[in-house]
Write a protein that binds this ligand. Structure first.
Ligand code: SF4
Length: 420
């Protein structure tokens, strides 16, 4: 049997998954990829779409046109938030063979209708998804909040928490597949179990208790309004919960937070992060910030910049406000687009400064890293690392930090950490 490389013609007739948007989409795409592989879908491109910004939809339309131009025989199947929001528009685009709803996107049977009678077609992968180090695990879908800028809640529906036993089984499966780290994801992860007699901290305790071999657990974006004392207790006491959290803060101005219908204040974010740092000083905070929200003044934007410092944010993602159809914010007085883009650029510069300050604290020190490929890795606190010496993907190292450049700490591995 020649190695699979020579069968590349075969792979050209197999299927492809294109993912836009968030970690949840990435997680779902892995499951959809499994379906496509099992069903032996051919000449099909499945696009898991995103509607969080107008830009995401522009890129989607561009991708659909390009795919159709390159191969008019290929069947394009859309799923995800953009096709959910505007099915009538997307179904008319050339090359689009069908749309699968967000509710049905993880139902294998939905893809059956795209199976062609191609006996004995095999793809060239063994079911482990690109040999990735980090596996995403969805724990809930939808959201019960009403943030005024958000289109996601309109296309993902109400909060639905998956059963803890299903989550446990999926987590074990990911570890059996060789993933070294698991990231719990969803639309609003911190609302897990609400209204169902459960909670995220309780789920975390359950997973860590029942899977002793689960050594590295991460969380995707968290709503500061949900980070109560129970959450602070487990994130500060449980070593296997890695010392990095990403908070969807969105603004540092309380009036803007009110107009966004967010449930936290700037002071509350500072208080939460101070409490966590007082018990786990190695914790690193990331944040999502939306700049240029309707009515945001220069003074309000200054409050946001100030909060990034007082809340000790090191990994900052800044997004210019994008008006989305059907959201209350779409009918509020807009901030000029140039100002929105300028504020986003300013915050991205600030993000680099905050990151450089944080990386400087590591210079001369030894840290634990998990290699993601030959020369790139991440620290337990989610800082990116570039190694001067070759690494083995998926292995842990004690690493000496020598310098930093742009988004990376630079240095050399001292020794492999054998977890036995
Ligand atoms: S918490 Fe707000 S921004 Fe997040 S998904 Fe829910 S409604 Fe949207």
């Amino acid at each position: 049997m020649p190695d699979l490389k020579n069968d590349s013609q075969l792979t050209e007739v197999s299927s492809e998954i294109i993912t836009f948007g968030c970690r949840l989409n990435a997680c779902e795409s892995e499951i959809i990829h499994e379906f496509a592989r099992e069903l032996g879908l051919t000449n099909v491109v499945i696009i898991n779409t995103c509607a969080v910004t107008a830009e995401a939809e522009r890129k989607l339309r561009q991708a659909i046109r390009k795919l159709h131009q390159e191969n008019s025989d290929v069947k394009i199947i859309l799923t995800g938030c953009a096709s959910e929001l505007n099915p009538d528009f997307y179904i008319k685009m050339e090359g689009v063979a069908g749309i699968i709803s967000n509710r049905m996107k993880l139902s294998r049977d939905e893809y059956l209708k795209y199976v062609q009678n191609q006996p004995n077609v095999r793809t060239n992968d063994d079911g482990t998804y690109h040999g990735k180090v980090r596996g995403f695990l969805q724990i809930q879908n939808g959201c019960d909040q009403h943030c005024t800028y958000c289109v996601v809640r309109l296309v993902r529906g109400p909060n639905v928490s998956f059963s803890r036993d299903d989550i446990l089984a999926q987590a074990k499966k990911l570890l059996q597949k060789g993933y070294r780290e698991i990231v719990l994801t969803g639309v609003n992860v911190s609302s897990y179990g609400r209204g169902a007699g459960d909670s995220l901290p309780s789920l975390l305790r359950y997973l860590l208790k029942n899977i002793p071999e689960l050594r590295r657990l991460r969380l995707s974006s968290l709503d500061p309004a949900d980070l109560d004392d129970e959450f602070i207790r487990i994130i500060t006491q449980e070593e296997r919960l890695l010392p990095h959290i990403h908070e969807s803060i969105q603004s540092g101005d309380d009036l803007i937070l009110k107009r966004m219908r967010r449930r936290h204040s700037a002071a509350q974010v500072v208080e939460i992060n101070e409490k966590i740092l007082s018990q786990r000083p190695e914790m690193i905070f990331g944040a999502d910030i939306l700049v240029g929200f309707p009515t945001e003044t220069d003074a309000m934007f200054e409050n946001t910049k100030q909060l990034m410092k007082t809340a000790k944010i090191s990994l900052l993602h800044a997004f210019p406000f994008s008006s989305r159809p059907g959201t209350p914010a779409a009918s509020m007085p807009m901030v000029d687009k140039k100002i929105r883009l300028a504020r986003a650029a300013e915050l991205r510069n600030m993000s680099q400064k905050l990151l450089s300050q944080k990386m400087q604290e590591f210079i001369g020190k030894n840290v634990t890293i998990l290699a993601e490929n030959d020369y790139v890795a991440k620290t337990n606190s989610f800082l990116q690392v570039k190694s001067c010496k070759k690494l083995i993907s998926g292995r842990k190292y004690l690493f000496h930090c020598e310098s930093h450049e742009k988004k990376y700490i630079i240095g050399s591995p001292i020794e492999l950490i054998d977890e036995g």
